[in-house]
Design a binder for this molecule. Structure first.
Ligand SMILES: [Zn+2]
Length: 359
């Protein structure tokens, strides 16, 4: 993404969300008191319009979009206002300009509107540890289209548009999408869905997945039962994979277990390898982490199918293959450990990237 695209993405932030980052409470649309520092506005003379993306103050005689609001409120030159907004919104996980020292600090909190939200849906009463909030996850995914950064990353790993689309991979949107989600579903429900960090409260909350991260939906019966993110930009401490907060992890792509047409199932490590296996013509399920276990029901569903273990060809993968074969055999499932490719490929994606067409 170049500088022009950065500007465009930042100007797609809702004025309401930018106001929140600046410490001002603004409506999504319509008249409000002017948040600019020199204007002690007693009668609302500030208007948010154009679908919430533009503002005008009839007194200050100033107007513009998201970046212009930061310029006016913080008295920053354009490039610094852009930098500030990029950092505060978490929209870009990398410095906007090469050579700009990025400060290490947590992203700015999202400050929600204080008003009552009569439109919000009640918390479903059956939201147990294993019950997924399909509706809420689907709503987030609907607001999280794959961008060129995400697509290029996946193409770089030899995955095709066809497979990317089949698995409905998205990309985490900016913080204002989370504000809209809380507006729509209510804080308690978004919190229960695992999409907020542990330290989040009703007044200050942070998305669990950083903006720009790839979003992998765990589809079960065609519904989104879980979400996992992979950070593809900037620096990341520890693993680049992020899971939902306080939600039970699931197996990726379990729909292949119930497809009666599927007689061969491969077991891989992680979502990218499942997509890679699909690229190589294989139906696969993915463990989150090599030590993840299958439930009894999942092992029973594998009965009568030919199972290949495509775990990573490393020490951990080899070890897990031995224990997994034992666990499966207790359920009457015979599994074969696929021997390591002669090329030295360490996982299914490596193998795909070597130019192979099947496995
Ligand atoms: Zn004003």
């Amino acid at each position: 993404m170049g500088a022009r695209e950065d500007t465009k993405s930042l100007n797609n932030l809702a004025i309401q969300a930018v106001g929140a980052l600046l410490g001002a409470k603004l409506p999504a649309q319509g008249m409000a008191r002017c948040p600019l520092p020199d204007h002690n506005d007693t009668t609302p003379s500030f208007e948010i319009r154009s679908g919430g993306l533009r503002w005008i103050c009839y007194r200050c005689d100033e107007k513009g979009g998201a970046i212009d609001l930061v310029i006016a409120a913080r008295r920053l030159p354009f490039s610094e206002a852009k930098q500030w907004l990029a950092e505060a919104s978490g929209l870009f996980a990398r410095p906007l300009r090469q050579g700009v020292q990025q400060r290490r600090r947590p992203p700015a909190p999202v400050v929600p509107r204080q008003s009552l939200r009569p439109t919000q849906s009640p918390v479903p009463t059956d939201l147990g540890e294993t019950q997924a909030d399909h509706e809420l996850y689907a709503s987030l995914l609907g607001a999280a289209p794959l961008l060129s950064t995400g697509r290029n990353y996946l193409l770089g790993r030899s995955l095709s548009d066809r497979i990317i689309a089949r698995f409905a991979v998205g990309q985490m949107p900016s913080v204002d999408a989370m504000i809209r989600l809380v507006d729509q579903f209510g804080f308690a429900r978004v919190e229960a869905s695992g999409l907020l960090t542990k330290t989040s409260t009703r007044d200050r909350y942070w998305p669990i997945f950083p903006a720009g991260a790839l979003l992998f939906p765990y589809l079960e019966g065609g519904r989104v039962a879980y979400l996992q993110a992979r950070i593809i930009m900037g620096e990341a401490k520890g693993s680049r994979w992020r899971n939902l907060n306080h939600r039970k992890r699931r197996l990726f792509n379990t729909d292949v277990l119930v497809a009666s047409s599927t007689n061969h199932v491969a077991i891989c490590e992680g979502a990218i390898d499942v997509l890679s296996a699909a690229e190589l013509g294989r139906d696969a399920i993915g463990l989150i982490g090599v030590s993840a276990r299958l439930t009894d029901a999942e092992m029973i569903a594998l009965r009568g199918k030919q199972v290949d273990l495509l775990l990573d060809w490393d020490e951990a993968g080899d070890k897990r293959a031995v224990t997994l074969r034992k666990e499966l055999s207790r359920f009457g499932v015979a599994a074969t450990r696929k021997t390591a490719p002669k090329s030295g490929a360490k996982d299914v994606n490596d193998y795909l990237r070597e130019g192979n067409a099947s496995i």
